[in-house]
Design a protein. Structure first.
Length: 287
């Protein structure tokens, strides 16, 4: 049975949670009109990205009124979105929630916090400490947030954990001009998404935002890649859009029959070799 996926290429307002909830609810209404089964928002969709000292102000716990409203909306369709989470011990995380039938099914906390160049996330957020897939009505899904995707180990973990769909939530700023009107970052992300889809024989749902914040321009280009590494749907660059496409689990099955790399993966060998390397690194650096 096919699943209708909607990807919200939105333009959040920096630091204005109430306004961003209004934007999200308008998108949810459009997704309902399009009879979407699953709606995916970008990284930090409810807060904006370049928050810095605003992080504690916009952070939300599970009982926050905005989370409650999103949970209510998830009774009509499953929803994945990014936000700033405040944990019970008052740590702040760049997190994503997957909601289904009015409940929190899964929470992913961004593991790899970029702190180089224009990025300064580790100063404001605590890093997540787990990567795992989870069961949904559409099969087993994994979620990663932006920089997590650049570390291919995360995809290997999700694949080994049984993910048939990988959701990549991003707030990726434009950088690197390759040619007129074409940025390096377009190719980098598109190559990453295709690498995941082809290597793990899964669907990849990439939700990237648009808009500007403090001199940063977010480029969009959201897309859905099928297990054959073909573009199932592609949003425009730089402008808002609701991308809607049907995905078919039978394509995952066929891809894995044709190219059974997941079946033949040697997890214990990988674990053994990584343990060997970890011991060597510990001896070398004393960590």
């Amino acid at each position: 049975m096919k699943t209708r996926v909607a990807v919200a290429q939105m333009k959040p307002t920096l630091g204005n949670v109430d306004k961003n909830l209004e934007i999200a609810e308008a998108i949810i209404e459009k997704a309902q009109i399009n009879e979407a089964d699953l709606l995916v928002f970008p990284e930090l969709a409810l807060t904006g990205y370049y928050l810095r000292d605003m992080v504690p102000v916009v952070a939300m716990h599970d009982e926050h009124a905005v989370i409650s409203k999103m949970l209510e909306h998830s009774r009509s369709m499953s929803i994945a979105f990014g936000y700033v989470e405040e944990s019970a011990d008052n740590r702040f995380y760049n997190s994503a929630l997957y909601l289904e039938d009015g409940r929190i099914v899964h929470r992913h906390r961004k593991v790899y916090l970029p702190t180089y160049g224009m990025f300064d996330e580790l100063r404001y957020f605590a890093p997540g400490e787990s990567v795992s897939a989870f069961d949904t009505k559409f099969g087993r899904i994994g979620m990663l947030i932006c920089e997590d995707v650049w570390h291919l180990s995360t995809g290997c973990i999700l694949s080994a954990d049984g993910a048939n769909i990988m959701i990549h939530l991003a707030s990726s700023p434009a950088r690197g001009m390759k040619a007129k009107e074409r940025l390096d970052i377009y190719d980098t992300w598109e190559n990453l998404n295709r690498t995941y889809a082809s290597s793990f024989c899964c669907y990849v749902i990439f939700a990237n935002r648009v808009g500007c914040e403090d001199g940063l321009t977010f480029w969009g280009g959201s897309e859905v890649i099928d297990p054959d590494c073909k573009v199932a749907a592609k949003a425009q660059y730089l402008d808002e859009e609701l991308l809607v496409v049907d995905i078919d689990p039978e394509k995952v099955r066929r891809a894995r029959m044709y190219t059974p790399v997941r079946r033949d993966e040697k997890i214990l060998l990988t674990l053994r070799e990584l343990q060997r390397i970890a011991v060597r690194e510990k001896l070398a650096y004393g960590e």
